[in-house]
Design a protein around this ligand. Structure first.
Ligand SMILES: [Zn+2]
Length: 370
């Protein structure tokens, strides 16, 4: 059972400077590795593999002190990323899609270093060639840590660390005495099958206004000016704040759900299916569902409870009382069943259907028949 712990990193001034340098070199390695593969492909129709590039890296390290100053594990990571980018590219070509060719990265978009980890304590990790780097442990680090990535924030000012830790075997599932289905929506964050609702968080509106104000300041600033750079940093900081609020909110909700229910059923959301239509609240909420469901899944696994993702098709159109199909358009907010006369809020009805599907998917009851 793997889990990721993320903390605010507290590098010393010297450590932050070194990490920044490593990022710059990693970015160059990334672009060089990409260039080499593109060239080989274009000129000779030849593909270069990851291990070929590892070998080249060894040669480069012999004469470039910049590259040699980075721990080899960290220097290999950009090559692995290029490899993954190409594998994804070829997979999509094979599937008949028209993917964009893997692209070069600019320095301010290359923001993380990854390595496998030998040592981590509860408040510091040991980075090769750099020594102990402390982090703020607001949650207890557990399990055996296997790998780490150090991530610089888009503002460039702060760092965080993600630690992937092995928590050992998942505990056995506990018998189910309380179960819940969750329907996520835009006007209300989540509707539960027992009739409770989780409202959209208040900070959402507030953040939207803050962000709009910061963007209004940014818009008229001249390109390339110091003023513009500062304004852009303010926008980035605002986004960061929103991300933190969103994560805290999701932690809070998922913790409560897993503590309250033995089985939690929800819709399997297809993240790709969600549109980025520029609507701020919608995009934040979209992302929040994804985060929430992931958190429910790992917290439930760890606590020996069920988290079941079900196929969302039809959950709003069937009667949760008798199974009758009751077609309704998107703007009909109330479910009224002509057969069993059940009247429920639309999302509440959907949540009950999701629960029924979740129970049967977990093998706890027979699927309901029509
Ligand atoms: Zn009915």
């Amino acid at each position: 059972m793997l889990r990721t712990f993320r903390y605010r990193l507290k590098p010393t001034r010297h450590q932050a400077k070194v990490l920044g340098e490593w990022l710059a070199v990693s970015c160059e390695l990334y672009n060089a590795a990409l260039e080499e593969r593109r060239g080989a492909w274009k000129v000779a129709g030849k593909s270069i593999g990851l291990y070929d590039q590892f070998k080249s890296l060894t040669e480069i390290r012999a004469f470039s002190s910049d590259v040699a100053s980075i721990p080899v594990d960290i220097a290999r990571e950009p090559l692995r990323r290029v490899d993954r980018a190409f594998q994804a590219f070829f997979r999509r070509v094979k599937a008949g899609q028209k993917p964009g060719y893997p692209r070069f990265r600019s320095r301010d978009r290359y923001n993380s270093l990854a390595f496998s980890l030998a040592k981590a304590s509860e408040e510091a990790i040991t980075v090769p060639k750099l020594g102990c780097v402390r982090f703020k442990a607001h949650r207890k680090l557990r399990g055996r840590v296997k790998s780490a990535s150090l991530v610089r924030s888009p503002t460039g000012k702060t760092w965080s660390v993600s630690l992937v830790s092995d928590l050992g075997q998942a505990p056995e599932k506990q018998p189910v005495s309380s179960a819940v289905g969750i329907d996520v929506g835009l006007s209300i964050f989540a509707s539960l099958s027992d009739g409770q609702q989780i409202e959209n968080p208040r900070w959402l509106k507030q953040s939207e206004e803050e962000l709009a104000a910061k963007q209004r300041i940014l818009a008229p600033k001249r390109k390339g000016s110091n003023n513009r750079r500062q304004a852009r940093r303010n926008v980035a900081r605002c986004y960061e704040k929103i991300r933190n609020r969103r994560n805290n909110f999701c932690h809070h909700v998922s913790k409560w759900l897993v503590a309250t229910y033995d089985l939690i059923a929800f819709e399997a959301l297809s993240i790709q299916g969600m549109t980025k239509d520029g609507n701020f609240s919608k995009s934040i909420i979209d992302a929040a569902w994804g985060i929430l469901l992931r958190q429910i899944s790992y917290k439930a696994e760890e606590a020996g409870r069920y988290a079941v993702a079900v196929d969302p098709r039809g959950t709003s159109q069937l009667c949760s009382g008798c199974g009758e199909a009751v077609p309704k358009s998107l703007w009909e907010r109330t479910h009224r069943c002509p057969r069993c006369e059940l009247v429920l809020d639309r999302d509440h009805n959907a949540a009950r259907n999701i629960l029924a599907l979740g129970r049967s998917a977990a093998g706890l009851i027979e699927p309901r028949k029509g």
